[in-house]
Design a protein around this ligand. Structure first.
Ligand code: MG
Length: 266
């Protein structure tokens, strides 16, 4: 009897060891990820919960709403005075004659941006003179806005272009008067010791009407007209600006989310 009890005890012991090994194999592997946590590590902090907009394109709960059609309290002209852009009958922000640049009062570094725009339904002018505006990231780098529906112009000046630097990958423009969207991921440049030298250029990804037109493009510097781009030092945070190019361009549903970014390197 004693011999049989010993065998049963031994069997239980072996089973326990096998189970322990099996369970331990379910544990995360011992290799750590670059963030210091194991693969599938329960100790890794969970992402913050964010309530999305009811529909794609609507502001999520953590967005900074710049313009929602109600007022222009988050906007001003270049000098900080009330903007001359108006809220029209459809609740859109519309550029009026000699209204000048409109800027956000708040300043931003790297951002996710959603913005909707429409060129005039009545076609006037051609090329760069037809439905021209621009979204200036950090008030400096122009993502071109232009009526590019059957409107030939130079490639690096089309809608979705980084003006004077990079043509859009495709032309997905809607007809004049129709609302269009830009969804942008922008990372600001990082300057070396407040000089004009960048240790990391700005980058931009753009979806135009949901289609990729800029794929993590490395911005070459200030977007000039007929001049090669170059970087000039500016602070980490700058206003977002919209261009008055003498066309009655309209914008609506403008919101941003700030992106955590690495601090400037010395
Ligand atoms: Mg422009």
């Amino acid at each position: 009897m004693r011999g049989k009890a010993t065998k049963i005890t031994l069997a239980i012991l072996i089973l326990t060891v096998i189970c322990t090994i099996a369970i331990s194999q379910d544990q995360p592997p011992r290799d750590k990820k670059t963030n210091g946590y194991y693969v599938h590590d329960d100790a890794e902090p969970k992402p913050e919960v964010v309530k999305p907009g009811e529909k794609v394109g609507q502001a999520p709960a953590d967005a900074i709403v710049i313009f929602d059609g109600k007022d222009t309290k988050n906007l001003s002209d270049e000098a900080g005075n009330p903007t001359k852009w108006i809220i029209n009958d459809e609740g859109a922000l519309e550029c009026t004659k000699k209204a000048g640049t409109v800027r956000t009062k708040q300043e931003f570094g790297s951002i996710q941006l959603h913005i909707e725009w429409a060129t005039p339904e009545k076609v006037e002018g051609s090329g760069q003179g037809r439905g021209n505006s621009g979204v200036f990231l950090q008030g400096t780098y122009e993502l071109q806005v232009l009526d590019c529906w059957n409107n030939p112009t130079y490639a690096d000046g089309q809608a979705g272009a980084i003006y004077g630097q990079k043509a859009p990958l495709v032309n997905v423009s809607r007809a004049p008067g129709e609302w269009q969207t830009y969804d942008v991921i922008y990372h600001r440049p990082i300057f070396k010791d407040k000089t004009n030298e960048v240790v990391r250029p700005a980058t931009i990804t753009v979806l135009h009407n949901g289609v990729l037109v800029q794929d993590n493009w490395e911005i070459k510097g200030i977007t000039y007209h007929k001049k090669t781009a170059e970087y000039k030092y500016h602070p980490d945070k700058m206003p977002l600006k919209l261009q008055d190019h003498n066309n009655a361009i309209r914008y609506r549903n403008i919101w941003v989310r700030e992106i955590d970014d690495v601090p400037a390197t010395k």
